[in-house]
Ligand binder design. Structure first.
Ligand code: TIU
Length: 229
């Protein structure tokens, strides 16, 4: 048994038990982070999300060293788009939207180059890669089953975008009884103001959806595990 780590956080310290905590990396896909994908099709400056990659790489590496399970999610759809609600397909009246051919393959379609995770954060053999059709990671996936089967009750939450897929997932996790620690520098948005307010919304009201901290704080806490293994 390893004692829980105390991680300084807002609104109060988070107790992280390495035996029941997983790292969740949400949608760090080329479709959101690189030109020519879904994020760009929606009219966003995708370069804003690049800042998340270096700190998230450090957290991923530390989580692997600490033996935390790592779960990578990808938002996207089957090639026949049968799992894409017509409302989602039609939203935005995009000239080139979900299923259209872009420079990195068909936008938001599973198996396409643009749908996959950026090279810097490529999953390792044995790590879960969870394909999800919606914004939330629990909706229409087996995430909850996998977490409960492994005795996971807490998530370190990272990825993009803060107010869309990260927020939806944190809300879903809360209603299912999971604790969420969100890393402010490892989540990102095309809208800096939504990012700021999104993080405040999580930790407000005594931590209505969870806790917020930064990657250096988490890395310092995880470093205490070294030598215990
Ligand atoms: N558009 C946007 O901000 N996000 C998404 O559509 N998906 C995720 O957040 N992953």
């Amino acid at each position: 048994m390893i004692a829980p780590l105390t991680v300084e956080a807002t609104p109060y310290p988070f107790l992280l038990d390495p035996e029941s905590t997983a790292l969740l990396i949400i949608d760090m896909q080329r479709d959101f982070l690189e030109p020519g994908g879904f994020g760009a099709a929606l009219g966003n400056d995708v370069s804003l999300l690049q800042a998340v990659v270096p700190p998230l790489r450090r957290v991923l590496s530390a989580a692997r060293a600490a033996g935390l399970p790592v779960i990578h999610t990808r938002e996207g759809h089957r090639p026949d788009l049968s799992d894409c609600p017509p409302s989602k397909l039609a939203r935005g009246n995009l000239p080139s939207g979900i299923g259209s051919l872009g420079p990195k393959g068909r936008i938001m379609v599973r198996g396409e180059y643009g749908h996959d995770i950026v090279d810097e954060l490529a999953p390792l053999e044995g790590e879960v890669v969870l394909d999800k059709p919606g914004k939330g990671s629990f909706h229409a996936t087996d995430l909850e089953l996998m977490l409960r089967n492994r005795g996971i009750d807490s998530l370190v939450v990272t990825g993009v975008t803060t107010e869309v897929c990260v927020h939806t997932t944190v809300r879903e996790a809360n209603d299912r009884g999971f604790e969420c620690l969100v890393l402010e520098d490892c989540v990102g948005s095309y809208f800096p103001e939504f990012h700021e307010v999104g993080l405040r919304m999580i930790a407000a009201q005594g931590g209505i959806f969870g806790w917020v901290t930064s990657s250096p704080v988490l890395l310092t806490a995880l470093a205490a595990l070294e030598g215990e293994a």
